[in-house]
Design a binder for this molecule. Structure first.
Ligand code: SF4
Ligand code: SF4
Length: 186
């Protein structure tokens, strides 16, 4: 179904049902109080607030939900989920949309956020925890700016804020979790 206003908006009932089913969250309980958006630390970078994202899902506005940079700037910090008076795990809804977007191969104008997300997940998988130096280094190399923020990185290392080597304790534990999640998904 399409509604016609200043631009055509595609409404897709199957999308709203899929997000609700896969996230296990009742997105229809959201009454747009905006508590999630007002506490979101990434809000200033997002082109739609978490509250708006919830409305897109409720209405089945698939293009708006999947192409917004909101899902890529979300830090999964859970602040929104903790603040929601309706007990909706909004961070999980965001995660679900992020997975759907990748499964469907949808391209969005999110600059380097998809690359960042992929690098983040791979480092987590193989190192078991975040290794910031590798993350920023690889991001800079893959985006063609290998020396970006180098002087800042050196300063941070001198102050002990950035570690030269990763601290890996159980190298295979996270890999096992990833494999198990993959098996369960099948
Ligand atoms: S805090 Fe909960 S009820 Fe309020 S707008 Fe966000 S999702 Fe909706
Ligand atoms: S989980 Fe994401 S959307 Fe929710 S408050 Fe944190 S950054 Fe914002």
């Amino acid at each position: 179904m399409k509604i016609v206003g200043q631009k055509d908006v595609k409404l897709d009932k199957a999308f709203m049902e899929e997000v609700a089913k896969r996230s296990g969250e009742n997105v229809f309980l959201c009454y747009q109080c905006r508590k999630c958006a007002s506490g979101c630390p990434s809000r200033m970078f997002m082109d739609s607030t978490p509250t708006e994202l919830m409305r897109y899902v409720q209405l089945g506005m698939v293009d708006e939900a999947m192409k917004t940079n909101t899902i890529w700037y979300c830090l999964s910090c859970q602040t929104c989920s903790a603040r929601c008076p309706q007990d909706i795990d909004i961070a999980h809804v965001v995660d679900t949309i992020r997975i759907l977007v990748q499964e469907k191969g949808i391209k969005a104008d999110t600059k380097n956020m998809r690359l960042f997300n992929r690098l983040w997940m791979n480092i987590l998988k193989y190192a078991g925890r975040m290794y910031e130096l590798a993350l920023t280094g690889m991001l800079n190399v893959f985006t063609g700016r290998p020396f970006k923020d180098m002087s800042l990185g050196i300063k941070m290392m001198r102050k002990g804020k950035l570690k030269l080597l990763p601290s890996i304790r159980k190298p295979f534990a996270m890999m096992k979790m990833f494999s198990r999640a993959k098996r369960l998904k099948k």
